[in-house]
Design a protein around this ligand. Structure first.
Ligand SMILES: [Zn+2]
Length: 292
C-alpha cells in the first residue's frame, strides 16, 4: 500500500507553493490507489499561528484534496521524539552539546547556506542530555564516509556528503523540543509513509532524514521533490516573504493554476469546473511525478 503525506507548518493558510506541494503529493498517491495523510508540523509552537491548522484543513477541503484518517498533530508526539532521541544517545549515535551559537560561529571552519557547520566541539565530552542542552547527531558514527545517495523521483540521482555539507546537525533543541528532522523521521515511520512528494526547498533535508532513518533502523520512503512555485520577484512564496494567502473564494482557479504549474494541461472545457471535477480529470491521466 502506497502511503503519502502532506505536512504543512500551521504558520498561516496555504499559499500557492504549498497548494502545489499538496496537489503533487495527492495526485501521486491517488494515482497509485494509496492513502494520503495530512500531518500538522506544529512542533515549533512559537512559529504556529492560532487557527492556521483549521484554516489549512478547510482550504484542503475546498480544493477537494480529501485526506484519509485522522490528522496527526506533531504537538501530541513529544514523547515519541524524546524516546527516539534517547535511543540514539544510548547507542552512542548522538551527543549533548553545550555550545552557544556564537561559540559555534567562532570555532567553525566550514559553512553552508544555513550557516556555520558545527565543528564537533562536544562530540567526545559525554555531556548528559539533561536540559537545557541541545542534542546532535554523531553523523560520522552512523555513516562511514558520510556520503548519502538516493534516487529522487523528480530530480534523479542525488548524492550528499553529510559531514561536509551539514555536519553533526541538531536533533533536539535547547528549548527542550524535537528538531525538525527528528520529528519528521519518527512520524513518517510511525505513519507508514512510503513516499514523500514535497517542494524542492526541502531537498537539502532528505540526506539528513535518510541518515536518521538508518540510525534508528527505520525504512526510507521514496522521495520526489517538485519545483517550487516562485513569486514574480523570484522568491519562494511563503509567509516569511509575505506572499499573500491564496484566496479560498476561487478554489477552481487556484487548482487549475496549480495543475498547470505541475505540467498538466487540463482541457479548456474544464475551465471553471469544480475542484472535484478537475481532480477527477487529473487522476485519469497517467502518473507524471514518478517516485519509483
Ligand atoms: Zn557543542
Amino acid at each position: 500500500m502506497v502511503i503519502g503525506r502532506f505536512a504543512p507548518t500551521p504558520s498561516g493558510g496555504l499559499h500557492f507553493g504549498s497548494l502545489v506541494a499538496a496537489l503533487a503529493s495527492f495526485l501521486s498517491v491517488r494515482r497509485q490507489g494509496g492513502r494520503w495523510l495530512v500531518r500538522m508540523e506544529d512542533v515549533d509552537t512559537p512559529r504556529c499561528e492560532p487557527g492556521a491548522d483549521a484554516l489549512i484543513l478547510r482550504q484542503l477541503e475546498q480544493y477537494a484534496l480529501h485526506w484519509d484518517g485522522e490528522v496527526l498533530f506533531q504537538s501530541t508526539r513529544a514523547e515519541a521524539y524524546r524516546a527516539a532521541r534517547d535511543v540514539l544517545m544510548q547507542a552512542g549515535l548522538a551527543y549533548a552539546c553545550a555550545c552557544s551559537r556564537s561559540q559555534i560561529r567562532t570555532q567553525a571552519t566550514h559553512w553552508n547556506s544555513e550557516g556555520a557547520i558545527y565543528p564537533g566541539t562536544c562530540r567526545s565530552l559525554g555531556l548528559s542530555a539533561a536540559k537545557p542542552l541541545a542534542v546532535r547527531m554523531d553523523t560520522a558514527k552512523v555513516q562511514a564516509g558520510s556520503i548519502i545517495e538516493f534516487m529522487d523521483g523528480a530530480l534523479g540521482a542525488q548524492a550528499c556528503d553529510v559531514a561536509q555539507d551539514f555536519g553533526d546537525f541538531v536533533l533536539w533543541r535547547v528549548e527542550d523540543m524535537a528538531a525538525y528532522h527528528l520529528a519528521v523521521v519518527v512520524d513518517d515511520a510511525w505513519q507508514g509513509v512510503t513516499e514523500v512528494v514535497r517542494g524542492s526547498d526541502l531537498l537539502d533535508s532528505t540526506p539528513r532524514q535518510i541518515l536518521l532513518q538508518r540510525a534508528l533502523g527505520l525504512p526510507t520512503p521514496r522521495y520526489a521533490h517538485v519545483p517550487l512555485a516562485l513569486a514574480a520577484n523570484g522568491q519562494k512564496l511563503s509567509k516569511q516573504n509575505l506572499a499573500p494567502c491564496l484566496p479560498i473564494k476561487s478554489p477552481s482557479e487556484d487548482l487549475w493554476d496549480a495543475l498547470v504549474f505541475l505540467g498538466e494541461r487540463p482541457p479548456m472545457d474544464l475551465h471553471g469546473a469544480s475542484p472535484a471535477e478537475l481532480l477527477a480529470w487529473a487522476l485519469e491521466k497517467p502518473e507524471r511525478v514518478s517516485t519509483a
